[in-house]
Design a protein around this ligand. Structure first.
Ligand code: F1P
Length: 341
């Protein structure tokens, strides 16, 4: 995270690599939409990125799995900024989406970890996320750094448009707090290990989050699947009542993302629905949640930056669950470091 924060999003630091954003102020003001493409963890980081761009730059933004986008003959719009996200920079679905976009005349930026990778070379500009060369098959640090890079991009676009200096400062100060807050979360690893051992007997787990918390739920459920092989599903908390509540019973624990923000009461109501059906609840929150059986308390940052911190204990939860089940963390089955076909 320090490394992303030290390299501003569009300064010379990037020139030797992806070349920065390559957007002048007039072009940045002309963006009508942002579309982010990635696969797996990179798609989930893109969903959080889209939320950051909408809230800080007030540009409509969304993310889509690149693996879907490339097959649906997408309409390419000249006023849309396309951004491809990839840790390895080699994932074929993402590369194919970038090539399809470029064939149709779009400008595509990359948010990539591996320097000089195929997607980095193909993109018209963008940034590296500096998660280090030692990343493993299952993406963790890169997820965090990609989201930080999106926060910087959202700030940059926001400042060119209508974001006030004071609002910009609020976010910058929040970003600066992240390294110390992440260290604080890592210090609670022993407690998270105990929780992982307690929930490791589950055959399946439900993950819920609302708005900013939903991509965190998606990513946490993917991490659990990838390395522990426990079946997991992620739902937007408000979708529970549209079907999935039928699944809730003591044998299906729910991991709930419950930040202290304007949606706190709504999220608490979802916990009540689950408790009313005798579901076990593990909450990730900024303070103990009465309805939950256990709460992992994480430090509070600015609302927009909370997803960065809330994802980290859940990466640790997946890691310790996998260890408790005797899985080979470094060689998860059926998973390649980059999917190149
Ligand atoms: C995308 C991805 C990873 C996942 C696994 C397979 O990779 O889906 O998120 O953990 O490694 O590939 P990338 O494009 O971000 O390298």
């Amino acid at each position: 995270v320090d490394r992303v924060l030290r390299g501003r999003i569009d300064d010379r630091f990037n020139t030797v690599h992806l070349g920065g954003l390559n957007l002048d102020a007039r072009e940045a003001r002309g963006i009508r939409r942002v579309k982010i493409l990635g696969c797996g963890t990179s798609y989930h980081a893109g969903l959080i990125g889209a939320g950051l761009i909408e809230s800080l730059a007030r540009i409509p933004a969304d993310a889509e799995p690149a693996s879907e986008f490339r097959y649906r003959n997408p309409v390419v719009d000249p006023d849309t900024l396309y951004i491809a996200v990839s840790q390895s920079g080699e994932t074929y679905d993402v590369l194919a989406a970038v090539q399809e976009l470029k064939r149709k005349g779009a400008r595509v930026l990359g948010v990539v970890n591996v320097v000089g990778s195929a997607i980095a070379r193909e993109a018209d500009g963008g940034t590296y996320v500096h998660a280090g060369p030692e990343v493993c098959v299952v993406s963790t640090k890169c997820f965090t750094n990609t989201v930080v890079a999106f926060a910087l991009l959202a700030l940059h676009l926001g400042r060119i448009r209508d974001l006030s200096v004071a609002e910009g400062k609020r976010i910058i100060e929040g970003l600066r707090k992240l390294p110390a807050q992440i260290s604080e979360i890592l210090e609670s690893e022993a407690d998270i290990k105990k929780l992982a051992e307690e929930y490791a007997d589950a055959k399946s787990m439900m993950f819920i989050g609302r708005v900013r918390g939903y991509p965190v739920a998606l990513e946490a459920s993917l991490k659990l699947k990838e390395i522990s092989y426990i079946h997991a599903e992620a739902y937007p908390a408000s979708e529970l009542k549209h079907g999935p509540l039928a699944l809730i019973e003591p044998a299906l624990p729910t991991v709930a993302i419950v930040p202290d923000d304007e949606l706190l009461e709504k999220n608490r109501a979802a916990l009540e629905e689950i408790k009313a059906r005798s579901g076990r609840i593990l909450a990730v929150a900024h303070r103990e949640q009465e309805k939950a059986d256990h709460t992992i308390v994480v430090p509070k940052n600015e609302d927009e930056l909370d997803p960065i911190l809330m994802g980290i204990p859940l990466q640790l939860l997946a890691y310790h669950t996998a260890l408790a089940l005797g899985r080979d963390i470094d060689k998860p089955r059926n998973l390649a470091k980059s999917v190149t076909v």
